[in-house]
Design a protein around this ligand. Sequence first.
Ligand SMILES: Cc1cc2nc3c(=O)[nH]c(=O)nc-3n(C[C@H](O)[C@H](O)[C@H](O)COP(=O)(O)OP(=O)(O)OC[C@H]3O[C@@H](n4cnc5c(N)ncnc54)[C@H](O)[C@@H]3O)c2cc1C
Length: 391
Amino acid sequence: MTQGARLPTLVIGGGIGGLTAALALARAGRPVHVVEKSVEFGEIGAGLQLAPNAMQVLDRLGLLLEIDKHAVYPSRLVWMDAIAATRITEIDLGEAFKRRYRHPYIVMHRGDLLSVLLAACRAESRIALETRRDVIAIDDLGDSAVARCADGTVYETDLLVGADGLHSTARRLFSDDAPIHDGYVAYRGTIPMERLSAHAGLDNVVMWVGPEMHFVQYPVRRGELYNQVAVFRSQRYTPLSEDWGTAEELDAHYAQTCDYVRGCVSQMWRDRRWLMTDRKPIARWTRKRIALLGDAAHPMYQYIAQGACQAIEDALVLATHVAAAPGDLPAALAGYEHARTRRTARVQITARAMGAFFHLDGMGALLRNEMMAARSSTDYSMLDWLYGHQV
Ligand SMILES: Cc1cc2nc3c(=O)[nH]c(=O)nc-3n(C[C@H](O)[C@H](O)[C@H](O)COP(=O)(O)OP(=O)(O)OC[C@H]3O[C@@H](n4cnc5c(N)ncnc54)[C@H](O)[C@@H]3O)c2cc1C
């Protein structure tokens, strides 16, 4: 049964991408209806790094004051060798960085960011939010789109935004590709700050790199919790089974790392693991009245911490194009696609390449360390295209 009148905008998925898009579109004057399949809006997982390219969008949406209540402003991004326990290089996130990119680099609990976005959406009269709506099929009717949910609810809309993540239903309209796994898996979680042993740089984002592994640490929730993500490549990986990447393999892989890293990994949550996954870039992700956004459009490895940042960028660009041509949605969506596909493809490919760079072993690792040691902590030249992008 069709749910009420034809909707001006339907956003499928109430994650970081979907809620930011709803907010940006509503602020641009468009009524928005968001459907989320879970029982409630929320984020599983722990920390999130937000670079200046995403912060400029959150600033434009007027969210920085609220975000500031939860954020931590790290001093540096530090790369460490996980075996030798030596510093490889670092990026200074201080005044020079902020001046260059006009916004800071922050870390926060992802649940806190979702709460800020949700509160802003709830305060916006143009936004309606619904949970327990699992969209299982989408029809493109040319001058409208129809979304069908598992419970029989049907929505017709002028503009459908598929922000439904890695396993997107909306993406099937554009590609029959499948997520790509290469045997990497992540364990993640937070521990109270007071459980940490003294270690230089608890206010930094620290990335320990080693053979087919990396381990990321940073404080969240105003410094009360310490977020940790342990990534490694399972030797038992096979696409035909789920029995790989176990907690025993995590310990066995990290047995080669220095005492400090091993000690931290022993405190990781072990009840859930995340498969590291991406897809190849696709050239088209809009048609007439339908657009993809965030991981539905360009899922990427988390190795340069940009998946959510790119979803946030998408949201503002989409809203800007729709606001500029409200009477010609196909043209607006074509403009959005044109503005976003090259950039997000570059980020996807860079994330893959940086993963290979982190995970080097032997002579490759030695060369990487030597090469990186030569750079200054305020040499931002390789980051400009990413963090300095004007959305
Ligand atoms: C370990 C790890 C660490 C990461 N760290 C960072 C980081 O530091 N910085 C960063 O920028 N990115 C990071 N990312 C990436 C980031 O988490 C994702 O890119 C981001 O969450 C994508 O947001 P999204 O809204 O597009 O998709 P999702 O977060 O997947 O949200 C999709 C939403 O749609 C809903 N949904 C799905 N299907 C349907 C359906 N059929 N009907 C209705 N609703 C549906 C889901 O329930 C969900 O709420 C990390 C990822 C991982 C795995």
